[in-house]
Unconditional design. Structure first.
Length: 655
């Protein structure tokens, strides 16, 4: 294989401050290396020690790792526990009146919920679910606004051993229908509407549409939370109001003790074939991954006010809203709205108001906030912050620097975290009191995570060369299978041609630099082959964003008769949308800029401008749509999940 070439040049480095090191849970590089050495010396004993230290077991485990049927690995498989018990009861004797959730609604209303109150709410809904004949092993689809009640719904399912499958509230009825039917859902928990950015979006009506598409006979109950009080269709033989079924329910509910490998949830992620994949996670291993990463990566302290901006419809909202922070006994912020409403400083206002200490968001959000007002953070008191985090995709070095300087005031380490829906928790990320930071690098693997970069035959490549990112040993929080599709699971994540089916294939291209730091270069299918050079899209995007004119960029490839592929860039400028007269000048400037930053080989053949890029409501750029636009193909896939479907026409016409 011709290895993937790295063209990104980044030499800035930021060691942890002495003050941060002194208070850190892992205080210094020697302590990080000591944890890694423990894991390398006795891998199973290392994870067993972590599982005993973090999880409250109903029945202790005696078997650590069962690798008898790879890649269907099992961890702690004879142990028993309950996730909700680990997130709630464990705190009732020590801190029942500590605030678990500070909820801020779209219109600014604030609600505080203590651990005692959260426990009572979860128990009441759990008892109501049981009264609706929902039992251990049944699947419940959750299609909710980003509110405290979404977390209550997830925890209530976990409490009775039901398997939840959360569907992001921005998905269309077609997408929801696919997930309901694939999961065989027995119940759906939803709301009349959700409110975001001052706009009302129907949820119950979307559920009705999905059910009416047919093949949903498994659904016996629809529980409706009254968010806005809008008129909805109500099917009296199937639909029930949340407030009515919980009103007289008992505030105590004995947890259902489940096996460590009992599925906690399935979460659907898009597949290359278009059919969504139901990623299935275990109970104990998944919880352990969220807890050790809260301790190591987020350097969690009981005094922290933790804010992860992700919706619970995505894995980040599962691991670092619904489970990890609660298992640690944290106080966290949950925010219903959007960063631009009612003004562009809403995020900074939330941090200022609630004295947030740890702020975890996506590079897409960061770049959007720069475009909205790069100097806006200066208007707010952000002195409570002590740690920043980035999640979802590689962060461009220039966006990293803005985040570090403008938001963190050069005081807060940034934990740039690489992980996936399938890994359940952080895999590669800096331990902020131990690892020096490099803008754009997710740095080093967590202790116990054996990440490597290999070629197409599964052989390790030298530092400085790009290849496929793999994890060579099983780890507790990893995907167990794809829901009812074990063959697709093996083929997608443990292919025979890379490591003989023993390595977890992440689907990302990456390289390690001379210090062993990992740099994610993009998805494997986003690698461009330009005149025989294999280039990662992320690096070209980073070069474009480094130009003072550019707020955001996405790069895809387009077939070319001579070069194999050429680079097509979709660019959002910081200023106004360019006039026809300005376009040619800016295109020339940006092409020359990329040639100077990377080299002539990476110069975009074509640059298109848009007021935004096609994104899901979680902020993910839909690169598949951009590839179709670049090739001039008709877009046939469902675009209802886009936050801004009209942008496709603008980008098509900007050619």
């Amino acid at each position: 294989m011709s290895t993937i070439e790295s063209v990104l040049k980044e030499s800035r480095i930021f060691p942890p401050s002495k003050g941060f090191v002194q208070q850190a849970n892992v205080p210094g590089l020697n302590d990080y290396h000591a944890l890694c050495h423990q894991a390398e010396t006795d891998y199973q004993a290392f994870w067993a020690q972590q599982a005993k230290a973090h999880i409250l077991w109903h029945k202790p485990f005696s078997q650590i790792l069962d690798a008898s049927n790879p890649p269907f690995f099992k961890w702690f498989s004879d142990g028993e526990l309950n996730i909700s018990y680990n997130c709630l009861e464990r705190h009732l004797s020590t801190q029942p009146d500590k605030t678990a959730i500070i909820f801020e609604s779209d219109d600014g209303e604030i609600t505080h919920t203590t651990y005692r109150e959260l426990h009572q709410q979860v128990c009441k809904l759990a008892n109501a679910l049981k009264a609706q004949n929902i039992q251990k092993g049944d699947c419940v689809v959750i299609y909710m606004p980003m509110r405290t009640e979404a977390v209550v719904a997830m925890q209530a399912c976990a409490r009775i051993g039901a398997i939840h499958s959360v569907v992001f509230g921005g998905f269309s009825s077609k997408s929801l229908h696919e997930r309901i039917t694939d999961a065989g859902a027995k119940a759906i928990i939803t709301a009349d509407e959700q409110v975001r950015g001052g706009k009302h979006h129907a949820l119950k009506a979307t559920v009705d549409e999905a059910i009416n598409m047919g093949g949903t006979e498994s659904v016996k109950t629809v529980i409706v939370y009254q968010r806005s009080g809008s008129d909805i269709c109500f099917e009296p033989t199937r639909d029930v109001w949340w407030h009515e079924i919980t009103q007289d329910a008992n505030t105590e509910c004995e947890p259902e003790w489940v096996n460590a490998e009992h599925p906690l949830f399935t979460l659907y992620t898009s597949g290359s074939t278009g059919k969504p994949k139901g990623v299935q996670h275990s109970s104990a291993g998944y919880l352990l991954g969220t807890m050790v990463s809260m301790q190591w990566v987020f350097d969690y302290k009981p005094s922290d006010i933790f804010w992860c901006t992700a919706d619970v419809g995505w894995i980040t909202g599962h691991s670092y809203v619904a489970y990890g922070p609660l298992a640690m006994g944290a106080t966290q912020v949950i925010f219903e709205g959007v960063p631009t409403y009612p003004h562009a400083g809403r995020f900074w206002d939330v941090i200022d108001k609630h004295k947030v200490t740890t702020f975890y968001t996506a590079p897409t959000a960061i770049r959007s906030l720069i475009k909205l007002g790069a100097d806006l953070p200066d208007n707010y008191n952000l002195s409570s912050l002590r740690l920043l985090g980035s999640v979802g995709e590689p962060i461009n070095p220039e966006a990293w620097m803005w985040f570090y300087e403008k938001v963190g005031r050069t005081r807060c380490p940034i934990v740039d975290t690489w992980w996936q829906t399938e890994t359940g928790s952080h895999m590669i990320a800096p331990l902020p009191g131990a690892v020096a930071l490099k803008p754009g690098s997710c740095t080093l693997p967590l202790p116990g995570i054996f990440a490597a970069i290999v070629d197409e035959a599964g052989h390790d490549v030298d530092n400085g060369q790009g290849g496929f990112l793999v994890i060579k040993k099983p780890f507790p929080s990893q995907i167990r299978t794809l829901w009812q599709d074990p063959e697709r699971f093996k083929k997608a994540y443990f292919p025979q041609d890379i490591g003989n089916g023993k390595y977890y294939l992440a689907g990302d291209s990456a390289l390690r630099d001379e210090d062993g730091y990992f740099w994610i270069m993009g998805r494997i299918d986003d690698v461009l082959n330009v005149s025989g050079h294999r280039l990662g899209t992320m690096e070209i995007e980073s070069a474009l964003v480094a130009n003072p004119l550019v707020a955001e960029a996405a790069v895809v490839g387009k077939p070319h008769d001579i070069k194999g592929e050429v680079v097509v860039a979709f660019v959002v400028l910081k200023g106004d949308f360019p006039s026809e007269g300005d376009k040619a000048r800016i295109v020339t400037e940006l092409r020359n800029w990329v040639a100077q930053e990377i080299g002539p080989i990476a110069k975009p053949e074509e640059i298109r401008f848009g007021e935004n890029l096609p994104k899901t409501r979680s902020g993910k750029i839909m690169r598949r749509l951009l590839r179709a636009l670049a090739k001039g193909e008709e877009i046939t896939q469902d675009v209802s999940t886009l936050e801004n479907p009209a942008i496709l026409d603008q980008l098509r016409q900007s050619h």
